[in-house]
Design a protein around this ligand. Structure first.
Ligand code: FES
Ligand code: FES
Length: 158
């Protein structure tokens, strides 16, 4: 039986009817129009479905939708402000961290979570934070560069 839950989605109070077994990925894509949240493996291995729940990166393909009741969920659609991409989004574009783009929403959200807790990460910390996000296009070098550049941008450095 479905139950109505309330939570904050990309900065807006939202309600949605979910069943106990519903996964956050399906609710985001099918009920709430967040198609930027991708389904790759569907079993917690690729990171394409990564979103932030209370600022923590989670695999939406494994996360029970009912558990976001009263919490804050951020998807890739929630990062831009006043039509401007976030520093991380901009850096991924500028540094060539996006090729086919399928991994990019999840990568970017994992990077956002990292930079929120560690504003000046080492390359090793960046790689560790992105271990759960697979990319078959870029070889990861440009992605690490993008996160490093985004960290600088966020700190106001040039
Ligand atoms: S679709 Fe969720 S980890 Fe691959
Ligand atoms: S850019 Fe294609 S999978 Fe990462």
């Amino acid at each position: 039986m479905k139950q109505t839950i309330g939570f904050v989605l990309d900065g807006e109070a939202t309600t949605c009817a979910v069943a106990p077994g519903d996964l956050l990925l399906d609710v985001l894509r099918d009920e709430l129009g967040r198609h930027g949240t991708k389904e790759g493996c569907g079993k917690g291995e690729c990171g394409a479905c990564t979103v932030l729940v209370d600022g923590r990166a989670v695999n939406a393909c494994l996360f029970p939708a009912i558990e976001v009741e009263g919490r804050t969920v951020t998807t890739i659609e929630g990062l831009a402000r006043d039509g401007r991409m976030s520093a991380v989004q901009q850096a991924f574009v500028d540094k060539g961290g996006i090729q086919c783009g399928f991994c990019s929403p999840g990568m970017i959200l994992s990077a956002e979570a990292l930079l929120a807790r560690q504003p000046d990460p080492t390359d090793a910390e960046i790689r560790t934070a992105l271990l759960g996000n697979l990319c078959r296009c870029t070889g990861y070098v440009q992605i690490v560069e993008a996160v490093r550049a985004a960290a600088k941008l966020r700190r106001g450095a040039s």
